[in-house]
Design a protein around this ligand. Structure first.
Ligand code: FES
Length: 376
């Protein structure tokens, strides 16, 4: 079909009876003309169905979708079964290497699956769809009934012209690839919800941190250093801050490592300036939680859990870089600006006979962002 179409207002409109009589191809031609479309060139790459060339083109497209499916299956398998948990360097069975490979592996597999679905779609359009060049003039206003009917015919004709109905290999491989990719994306979205945060009851991870000590063994404050270094009062100058982690002497190297990498472990040990220390307002029930000028608070922001540790020593304010919440360290780390609404939990600290800081117990409230069951 060729020739310029005019706007619907410039041409006689066919009656309903005329429309009912026209074949799909005639409706396509009519619709194109009414819509001001000129089809400059149209060529079916395979006018005779079922040739070897067509089958070859089909296999090429199907290969993309099969790659998408295989990569999607690989992603699902890696996401579900890969040993993703942290293992320190030197762990038996190359666990550390496997841990390091987890994120790259699932990223590459998911990316390959999405890429292959895109590759298959492009290959289909390039190799199997009719090659057509059309020019359309724009017109103003809504569509008339005749436009709507003919547009439906054009869409149906596009579907028939694409040949997807008779290309079962491509239909099956594309369906397989898309289904696996969809399942992978769905699992990815739901994966985080599958674990039960309440497992363990009163000892569930949301209530208890590695600062807890069931057997009365002291939990020391340690720095993140190659060599185990326990925190002592003389380490910090007035107005300075250090991030510390829990450490028990009975822990194995693995347990110590796990405690250091637990998301609810990091604590800020702050030494206030002497002139600030005399102005401190204590929180009810926590008046003896500090040791002299030293205060220890969870580093996990109570808004959305970022590490909050930008400390302005002169104002004794702590800033969370994520959404700019500010906490007043002279008033039990209560929020004074930004979206956080709760004070940072305070750790009860003391110094033992050897001169090392230790925690006199776990936090008395949950660390980090709010959740429904949280009571404070
Ligand atoms: S996470 Fe700290 S302000 Fe949002």
């Amino acid at each position: 079909m060729s020739g310029h179409g005019g706007s619907t207002g410039q041409r006689p409109q066919p009656s309903d009876a005329d429309l009912a009589r026209l074949s799909r191809e005639e409706l396509v031609r009519l619709g194109s003309a009414l819509d001001g479309v000129t089809i400059a060139h149209r060529e079916d790459p395979f006018p005779v169905p079922g040739t070897r060339a067509e089958k070859r083109a089909e296999r090429k497209v199907a290969l993309w979708f099969i790659i998408a499916a295989l990569a999607g299956l690989g992603f699902l398998a890696a996401y579900l079964f890969w040993p993703y948990e942290y293992a320190p360097p030197g762990s038996p069975g190359d666990r550390h290497l496997l841990y390091q490979l987890y994120t790259p592996i699932i990223g590459v597999l998911l990316g390959s699956s999405v890429f292959a679905v895109g590759g298959g779609t492009i290959a289909y359009a390039r190799n199997l769809l009719p090659h057509e060049t059309a020019v359309q003039e724009r017109h103003i206003g809504g569509s008339s009934e005749v436009d709507r009917v003919t547009t439906s015919a054009i869409l149906a004709d596009s579907g028939a012209g694409s040949g997807i109905g008779r290309r079962s290999l491509i239909k099956r491989s594309a369906g397989f690839g898309a289904a696996v990719l969809g399942a992978g994306l769905g699992l990815f979205a739901l994966g985080g919800l599958i674990r039960n945060p309440w497992k363990g009851g009163a000892h569930a991870a949301l209530w208890v941190t590695p600062w807890a000590s069931d057997n009365g063994e002291p939990v020391f404050l340690r720095y993140d250093a190659e060599q185990l270094t326990l925190a002592r009062p003389e380490d910090l100058a007035a107005g300075s801050i250090a991030t510390v982690f829990p450490y028990k002497r009975s822990w194995s190297a693995q347990e110590a490592h796990d405690a250091m990498y637990a998301s609810n472990s990091p604590v800020m040990l702050i030494r206030l300036l002497p002139e600030q220390a005399v102005r401190v307002v204590q929180r009810r029930g926590q008046v003896d939680f500090h040791y002299g000028d030293f205060y220890a608070y969870s580093k996990i922001c109570t808004h959305l859990g970022c590490p909050a540790s930008l400390y302005e020593a002169q104002d004794a304010r702590l800033l969370c870089p994520c959404h700019q919440s500010q906490f007043d360290m002279l008033e039990y780390a209560k929020p004074i600006f930004g979206p956080a609404t709760r004070a940072l939990p305070q750790l009860h600290i003391a110094v033992n006979d050897e001169g090392y800081f230790y925690a006199k117990g776990d936090f008395i409230e949950p660390v980090g962002p709010a959740f429904w069951e949280r009571r404070s």
